[in-house]
Design a binder for this molecule. Structure first.
Ligand code: AGP
Length: 613
């Protein structure tokens, strides 16, 4: 979950490292630090707190080094403190390391190193790594140029768990060695300079040319060269990738917060997701998929597996796929799926959704399905991300970089992509009539304009946010696919406003939770399915009777309007209505958070990519 940056070149490294860390704070922000090689010594500057604190550390502006590594932390082992912040060094301060991931056997390694005379100053799992490197380096009797690389490889062979690490050494002041296992790491190339980062946006303003590292690929980086080695330290070549993202798409662009910017980007991100895949009067086409009728007809069930918001998008996908393709779909939480011993075989298609493509549980769940013989399909926003490299097939949302911790545009793009995928399957299977599919296509193509209409109606949402931001509890209700949106609205509220909330299938309320409804409690209803309007209104009526304050988001004619607030949204097929009905909920959480004076983009305890279990 932590952010990593590195630089080897001819410019002063410190400003580049700090600039990269600032762009990576969404990965973790409880402490930050850098290490550079200055006058043949390793200088480490670090502290707990935000990256901006680094700039006020004494002497940081005097560092002239042109090589360095940097880290912004989301604590796993050891509370946020200066000692536990990265970079970490070995006892002799010969090697400095930053690390993202978890070393599961760190206690064992620590005991081993203590038995060899090493001491530890932090509670982190990471501190074992520079000391292990030092241990193997000291034992190596061959004093050649590869001694540093051999020591890193030997140390990594002892590590269990996940890691992306950068290592520098005062004995080799011109190079940085990096390696990853189950944690993201990319290298960006420049002219007489090279960059390293856990995520592309950190260095997108410097380069568009990247190497996407594979697991256990040891990489030695100087300002003029990048050399890749396998686990036997055999050298190999690697293809470079050009990333089309625009550097400004990773900036705030005049918005107060990334989250607001990303909410407002949705008309465009949806256009990008649709791309050339869906056109009226033509069959849907995915460049990277070539499913046959023969194969699709053998599928006995589809699993959609993901975490958090991506899982909520999967719930909407289930409704669409079942309706159009008549294949049963099970949606599962990745952290549950991976330990459930799920019933899957070679007739099961498993779809994994992950904005970042780096979520540890989702990747592990994918590997499990593959080992059981299922076909796997990844949906991600990040080209070349780990999940897309593991899956049999990958398709991209193309929503552009999502920086805010709270996912917004990725969610709507994921649902759009699932809808197009469902139409693609249905056309091959001939499982739905042409008119149904053409109507849905037309509704999907109209989404960008309709999202624009929702985004133009900000005032009632701002008013409602002002009237409820001091509340301690809220409820979100919906039936059918509106219940899926209720779940997502409730998650958004919790994560950025710290208000406790629950989402319920509206009909379920009277089976218990209605006991919590009393005067003034806020209940938010979503009503977009014409076949369920009356049922849902009755359920909301039940809470009004008990004193609830209500907001309803709807594209239906509401016959009996007793609600305190109503937000009208444009009508569309109820299969894809979550894409419109979620937007007022995204905005509501945003404005509640602003009213409370919270940091919208960096909510407490959270990080954007959850790369640990
Ligand atoms: C969304 O607002 C959350 N921050 C979180 O639930 C997120 O969707 C989840 O961690 C999954 O991330 P992924 O899509 O990158 O796998």
């Amino acid at each position: 979950m932590c952010g990593i940056v590195g630089y080897v070149g001819e410019k002063k490294a410190t400003p580049i490292l700090i600039n990269g860390l600032l762009k990576l704070e969404y990965r973790g922000y409880d402490s930050a630090g850098i290490a550079v090689i200055e006058n043949n010594n390793i200088e480490v500057l670090k502290d707990k707190g935000r990256v901006c604190n680094l700039e006020s550390i004494d002497g940081i502006d005097k560092l002239a080094s042109t090589i360095g590594i940097a880290h912004t932390r989301w604590a796993t082992h050891g509370k946020p403190s200066k000692e536990n912040s990265h970079p970490h060094t070995d006892n002799s301060k010969t090697f400095a390391v930053v690390h993202n991931g978890i070393i599961e056997n760190y206690n064992e390694l620590r005991d081993f190193l203590i038995s060899k005379g090493y001491t530890f100053y932090s509670q982190t799992d990471t501190e074992t790594i520079p000391n292990l490197i030092h241990y193997y380096f000291s034992k190596d009797e061959i004093n050649d140029n590869n001694r540093f690389l051999r020591a890193v490889r030997c140390a990594c062979n002892d590590l269990k768990g996940s890691y992306a690490i950068e290592v520098i050494s005062k004995l080799f002041p011109e190079l940085c060695i990096v390696v990853r296992k189950d944690s993201p790491l990319v290298i960006g190339t420049g002219n007489k300079e090279n960059y390293i980062a856990s995520d592309i946006p950190a260095i997108l303003s410097f380069t568009k040319n990247f190497y996407l590292l594979d697991d256990n690929e040891y990489t030695v980086i100087t300002k003029d060269s990048i050399s890749f080695y396998d686990n036997n330290l055999e050298k190999h070549n690697k293809a470079i990738k050009s990333i089309e993202w625009d550097a400004s798409s990773a900036e705030k662009d005049g918005y107060d917060d990334y989250m607001l910017k990303e909410i407002f980007e949705q008309p465009n991100s949806i256009r990008e997701t649709i791309g050339s895949r869906l056109k009226l009067d033509e069959k849907c086409d995915f460049e990277d998929l070539n499913f046959s009728k023969e194969y699709l007809s053998t599928i006995n069930k589809i699993y959609i597996v993901a975490c958090g918001t991506a899982m909520h998008a999967g719930l909407s996908g289930k409704t669409i796929i079942e309706k159009l393709c008549k294949i049963p779909v099970i949606v599962d939480i990745a952290s549950e799926f991976r330990y459930r011993d799920p019933l899957i075989d070679n007739k099961t298609l498993c779809i994994y959704i992950s904005q970042s493509g780096e979520t540890a549980d989702t990747i592990a769940a994918l590997k499990l399905a593959k080992s059981k013989g299922a076909k796997t399909l990844a949906i991600s926003n990040v080209i070349g991300s780990s999940i897309t490299r593991e899956a049999d097939y990958s398709i991209y949302t193309h929503a552009g970089p999502e920086i805010a911790v709270a996912s917004t545009k990725a969610y709507t793009s994921q649902i759009v992509l699932l809808a197009i995928l469902a139409i693609y399957f249905a056309e091959i299977l001939e499982s739905s009539d042409k008119e149904t599919l053409e109507n849905l296509k037309s509704d999907i193509l109209d989404l960008p304009t309709k999202i624009g209409i929702v985004l133009d109606n900000l005032e009632p949402i701002k008013d409602f946010a002002k009237s409820v931001y001091t509340q301690k509890d809220m409820f979100f209700l919906g039936r059918g696919t509106d219940y899926n949106v209720a779940l997502e609205g409730s998650l958004k509220l919790k994560e950025i406003s710290y208000i406790h909330s629950e989402a319920y299938a509206a009909g379920e309320l009277k089976h218990g939770p209605i006991a919590l409804i009393e005067n003034g409690v806020t209940v938010i209803g979503i009503i977009t399915d014409s076949s369920l309007v009356e049922k849902c209104i009755s359920n909301i009526q039940e809470v009004i009777t008990r004193g609830a304050k209500t907001l309803v988001i709807s594209n239906q004619i509401l016959p009996n309007n007793h609600f305190d607030y109503v937000i009208d949204i444009p009508s569309t097929s109820c299969l894809i209505s979550p894409i419109l009905s979620v937007i007022p909920l995204q905005l509501l959480s945003y404005y509640i958070s602003k009213n409370k004076g919270l940091d919208v983009d960096k909510p407490r305890n959270l990080a954007k990519s959850v790369t640990v279990e």
